[in-house]
Design a protein. Structure first.
Length: 272
């Protein structure tokens, strides 16, 4: 882990001094007033603890695994609040790095902050997995809302009073074009404006599978990169961070699937 951390730090230092891309700022996420009618109409689902634990969704409860994600949440929120950011993309260099697991845990940890509200939007239209990870009902597809083919209340669910999840279904071809279509982006913005969450979390496709991510990053304030220990190479992490940093602000790199000896247990993550 130290070797990876050092390599990331050196690569990041080599890029210091380069100007960050100009992006409009969102207003700060603290105490944003939700539009309660819009939220109350969205059905609440009951989470099944056994299912969540089996899929490494730990942040719905307290304990050592959840504490790791709570620390990540706090660090991310502190930076976002300082910068006035409200939209964060969760990306990864390649598939099976655990980005959707991190996105789900981050959103559930966010919901523990009762003064904030969160919206988790699944935009990995190639291989969506949030529904399976969280044990959600089938048939939910946020892309139908964006295309005007379905209502928000029919394709989103609440996991908490202050957390909405908008899952998607596999689209097949044309995913990058869908995410870059101005009409779809405008519909997404209207949906977010209607719900007015404090923080919107986008679960994005892996960077290396196409141009879905790089075409969409102009619509977010910042990004969190998720890599897998023992699977993602240092070169892949560096390439991903460089590509993302050219388009939005990088909050950090979550090294997922770490195995280390600690008082909290052997399975966890590192954040750099």
């Amino acid at each position: 882990m130290e070797r990876i951390q050092s390599a990331i730090a050196k690569a990041r230092a080599a890029r210091e001094g380069q100007p960050s891309p100009e992006r409009p700022r969102s207003s700060a996420p603290q105490k944003v007033e939700r539009k309660l009618d819009a939220w109350s109409d969205i059905p609440m689902v009951e989470l099944k603890p056994k299912h969540l634990r089996a899929h490494r969704i730990a942040a719905f409860e307290s304990g050592a695994p959840a504490a790791e994600f709570d620390r990540l949440r706090t660090r991310v929120l502190q930076r976002m609040q300082t910068e006035g950011w409200r939209r964060v993309a969760i990306v990864s260099p390649g598939p099976r790095n655990g980005k959707s697991t991190v996105a789900a845990n981050f959103a559930l940890s966010l919901a523990k902050q009762s003064h904030l509200s969160g919206l988790l939007v699944e935009l990995d239209l190639r291989r969506p997995s949030l529904g399976g990870l969280l044990g959600l009902p089938g048939g939910l597809d946020v892309t139908r809302v964006l295309k005007g083919e379905g209502a928000v209340v029919d394709h989103m669910v609440r996991l908490r009073d202050n957390l909405i999840v908008a899952p998607s279904s596999p689209m097949g071809s044309g995913t990058a074009e869908f995410l870059q279509d101005p009409e779809n982006v405008a519909a997404l913005n209207r949906m977010i404006d209607e719900l007015t969450p404090s923080i919107t979390v986008f679960d994005m496709p892996p960077l290396g599978v196409g141009d879905d991510v790089i075409g969409f990053l102009a619509n977010v304030d910042c990004a969190l990169i998720v890599a897998a220990a023992g699977q993602t190479s240092i070169a892949e992490i560096d390439t991903c961070e460089r590509e993302v940093a050219e388009r939005t602000s990088v909050l950090g790199v979550v090294l997922n699937k770490c195995r280390y000896e600690s008082k909290q247990g052997e399975y966890g993550y590192g954040y750099y």
